[in-house]
Design a protein around this ligand. Structure first.
Ligand SMILES: Cc1ncc(COP(=O)(O)O)c(C=O)c1O
Length: 380
């Protein structure tokens, strides 16, 4: 057989690596330093724990394959990965970012990153005319997208945004946490960098904080980024890397199940008398549906938001009334989570006060629907 293995196969076997002992599962190298060769070289390619750990590199190779990129870097969290992309820029550089995006990164961009000297414009990146108008050729160095984007699941056309960014001499980075490499591969659509909170779907079991970047090409900007991770030390530890590698083996199964259940729930919740709106890119009513249908393959993800008919009080009471869903922040785990998003994000959030964010896990969809439906009715 000489056709390349599919991503499902590569993920299930974590690239199929078997070490010299014959171990199917890689061991966890806990060392922080490595022996130098007598002739003063480091032929193993490993010298010190901050840049070098074999199991971290193993996971990075797997993710680079799944995203069809040329190299990946793992970080200690999604935020460490995302902020490194901006820290690789220079004070005075202009950046465009979405108004609807992961709130903690938005707050970091508004605060420390702006104080440091980045000039940041926030706009609706799904509006390609507005995006093109916001770019300043020569000074815009980066366009940051998140698609689908927290918590309204706004969808941006990656290929069109890449064309606009590149025409202005800017690079395109995409937070693809919610889409996962199962559904979208931004690098194949022209993005330069893809970012993941590996805490979520890639690991999938709510027991590891991790982040990742993958690059389309190993260029000067990537070398700068690699240096930033090594200097700042926001690396992933070997134990976390081992858990993450285990989680990634079941990525395709988990994401496909979450997609199927989310679609089922989105359709049924749309007809629920206590729900005024369902925000899910898989529904024809979602403003981003057509673009999502074009750039997401095999499903629309496990994330959605619903708006409670009775407003903020109703939303909070419904989240309090569930028995099966877990009332917690985060997403992408095997267990389903519900949260009142405005309470998490605070002032300046684009989340309406009546919005509940749902991360659909892999439990029985019937159980999930019954629990949420009853909670919405009881809380009305
Ligand atoms: C879309 C998105 N980006 C970034 C992050 C930040 O990741 P982390 O919490 O791993 O730092 C998250 C966290 O949930 C996220 O959902």
């Amino acid at each position: 057989m000489n056709r390349p293995f599919s991503p499902e196969t590569l993920a299930a076997q974590a690239l199929g690596d078997v070490d010299a002992s014959g171990a199917i599962i890689p061991s966890i190298p806990v060392t922080t330093t490595y022996l130098r060769d007598p002739d003063n070289q480091y032929r193993s390619g490993l010298s010190y724990g901050r840049p070098d750990n074999a199991i971290v590199r193993h996971g990075e190779r797997l993710l680079a394959e799944l995203e069809q990129g040329s190299e990946a870097l793992f970080f200690g969290s999604g935020m460490a990965a995302a902020t490194a992309v901006f820290q690789a820029l220079r004070p005075g550089d202009h950046v465009v970012a979405p108004t609807v995006m992961y709130w903690s990164l938005r707050n970091w961009l508004r605060g420390p990153a702006s104080d440091w000297g980045l000039k940041i414009d926030f706009l609706d990146t799904s509006d390609l005319t507005a995006l093109a108008a916001a770019l300043r050729p020569g000074s815009t160095k980066l366009v940051w997208l998140e698609t689908p984007a927290n918590p309204l699941w706004t969808v941006t056309d990656i290929a069109a945004a890449a064309e606009i960014a590149h025409k202005a001499g800017a690079r395109l980075a995409v937070d693809s946490t919610a889409a996962t490499p199962v559904l979208t591969q931004p690098l194949t659509r022209g993005a330069d960098i893809v970012m993941h909170s590996a805490t979520t779907y890639l690991n999938g079991h709510t027991d590891v904080l991790a982040g990742a970047l993958v690059t389309r090409v190993k260029d000067e900007a990537w070398t700068r980024l690699t240096g930033i991770r090594t200097y700042q030390g926001g690396v992933l530890g070997p134990f976390e890397a081992a858990l993450l590698l285990r989680g990634m083996r079941t990525l395709y199964l988990r994401v496909r199940q979450a997609c199927a259940s989310a679609r089922n729930l989105a359709e049924r919740l749309s007809a629920h008398p206590q729900v005024s709106a369902v925000l899910y890119p898989g529904l024809g009513t979602h403003p981003g549906h057509a673009v999502a249908a074009k750039q997401m393959r095999g499903g629309f993800g496990g994330m959605m938001s619903i708006r409670a008919k009775g407003g903020e009080r109703h939303a909070i009471a419904a989240a309090a009334a569930v028995r099966l869903w877990k009332r917690a922040t985060s997403l992408g785990g095997v267990e389903s989570l519900i949260e009142h998003r405005a309470s998490v994000e605070g002032p300046g959030t684009p989340a309406p006060a009546d919005l509940l964010r749902l991360s659909v896990g892999i439990e029985d969809a019937e159980d999930l629907y019954a629990d949420l439906s009853e909670a919405l009715t009881r809380a009305a």
